[in-house]
Design a protein around this ligand. Structure first.
Ligand SMILES: Nc1ncnc2c1ncn2[C@@H]1O[C@H](COP(=O)(O)OP(=O)(O)OP(=O)(O)O)[C@@H](O)[C@H]1O
Ligand SMILES: [Mg+2]
Length: 290
């Protein structure tokens, strides 16, 4: 069965996109899984990493998906040649884009359309936004084409994030080990609990982990990590391997010909080594049989 990971925390800059990239590439390059990357964030950073997005200054946020490589104007006169995950909120079909990695396809964000999709009334939000991604992921063609779907979410608890949480089977909370970040973890624990109450036994939502990111050699970071590893509310979820603060993570986000994966660095590279053990710990919880 296809597994679906949502990387979520309402706090900005904690590493949702970084961890979405790491998990996608670990699954595709190391585990050889077929991965669908979905970008629910109007900032479109996850999409930008894999695709050359275009910029449309007339739209809010400005980022739009490129023309799809399979687009043929004669065969598809009705289609404008672009596809984004936002289309599911407008009842339109979506066509994933290939990435430079054989096993990763991506459904990119469209800044304006994702923002517009969220702007619905309270009565409509459940049907029009919250449930739409789950509906899409339940389609047979999606379930059959992929082993793993990775969803990157915006830094909020808004309707798009809720849609991501409702669609997922597994949730990952990336977090810095700092005071305000820990508040974000508790906010997400609350969302996870609320969602797990309404799930059925056949369709659970598992919190796979709280992943410490941007960790420095500082007693502040160690003490938050030790606390989270001890207290009942979080001790079962904390991922024992941490991701350190390293400039290489920013450097890898700067695209040249194509993004280079951390898993393509030399085997002994400390970033590759720490990502391998952290991603393995997460994936072992999601795919206990490999
Ligand atoms: N371990 C790390 N070491 C160094 N830089 C990092 C690390 N993790 C993330 N960053 C950098 O921090 C910034 C924020 O990270 P990222 O985009 O992954 O966070 P986010 O939670 O997705 O942010 P947003 O809430 O805006 O979507 C990025 O510039 C990223 O390159
Ligand atoms: Mg992000």
């Amino acid at each position: 069965m296809v597994k679906v990971i949502a990387n979520a925390t309402n706090k900005g800059g904690e590493g949702k996109t970084t961890v979405s990239i790491l998990l996608s590439e670990y699954a595709a390059l190391v585990m050889k899984k077929r991965v669908l990357a979905i970008d629910l964030d109007p900032q479109a950073n996850f999409s930008k990493y894999y695709l050359n997005l275009e910029y449309d200054p007339a739209t809010s946020g400005g980022k739009i998906p490129p023309i799809h490589p399979d687009y043929n104007v004669k065969e598809d006169p009705e289609w404008d040649g672009r596809s984004s995950i936002a289309d599911i909120f407008y009842g339109k079909p979506v066509i994933p884009y290939p990435s430079c990695f054989e096993n990763i396809e991506i459904l990119p964000a469209h800044s304006q359309r994702l923002q517009d999709a969220e702007a619905v009334t309270k009565q409509d939000v459940v049907e029009k936004v919250h449930l739409q991604l789950k509906k899409f992921i339940s389609l047979d063609e999606v379930k059959q084409n992929y082993d793993l779907i990775i969803i990157d979410t915006p830094p909020s608890k808004g309707p798009l994030t809720i849609a991501g949480i409702k669609a997922c089977s597994h949730m990952v909370i990336p977090s810095q080990m700092e005071e305000d970040s820990i508040d974000g973890i508790y906010g997400m624990l609350q969302l996870w609990k609320q969602e797990s109450y309404i799930r059925t036994l056949e369709d659970p939502i598992t919190l796979v982990g709280i992943l410490a990111n941007r960790v420095r050699n500082a007693s502040l970071h160690d003490s938050f990590f030790d606390q989270l590893s001890k207290i009942d509310a979080t001790k079962d979820f904390i991922i024992s391997h941490r991701i350190k603060e390293r400039i290489i993570y920013g450097e890898l986000r700067v695209k040249e010909d194509r993004p280079k994966s951390v898993f393509e660095l030399t085997v002994g590279h400390p970033a590759r080594a720490e990502c391998t053990v952290a991603c393995k710990e997460i994936m072992d919880r999601i795919f206990p049989n490999g």
